[in-house]
Design a binder for this molecule. Structure first.
Ligand SMILES: [Zn+2]
Length: 124
């Protein structure tokens, strides 16, 4: 069993967001490590529930092997993989939260959006 507390981040592959997302999750959920699952524009895939089997299998490693207690789905400003407005991304993130909750993992599900200053805004 891995030692330390884990969270699970489902984020875009964009290199500009990795450190802000990781830092925000560690600070707000008091975890030691953030398992990171990435794909371009991943919030769109999860909101539409298309091709999510591989993402689910990665989440399950984080949840069952690392006992992650929180899953964070994010979207961000200037996303090449999902070039839509902030409002549309936030709506996809909200739908994504509902879809992940429906997968019934024993973990909190949180949504965040990373703005043009690479700061994290919580999506409720
Ligand atoms: Zn992106």
């Amino acid at each position: 069993m891995a030692e330390g507390k884990f969270a699970t981040s489902i984020s875009c592959m964009d290199g500009r967001i990795q450190i802000p997302v990781n830092t925000w999750i560690k600070k707000n959920y008091l975890v030691d490590f953030v398992d990171t699952i990435t794909a371009p524009g991943v919030e769109k895939k999860i909101s539409e529930s298309t091709n999510v089997e591989q993402i689910k299998s990665m989440i399950e490693i984080s949840i069952y092997k690392h006992k992650s207690s929180v899953i964070v789905i994010s979207g961000h400003h200037d996303c090449a993989g999902n070039p839509v407005s902030k409002e549309e991304q936030v709506s996809q993130i909200s739908k994504g939260i509902q879809n992940i909750k429906s997968w019934n993992y024993d973990a909190q599900v949180i949504g965040i959006w990373i703005n043009d200053n690479w700061e994290v805004e919580k999506v409720s």
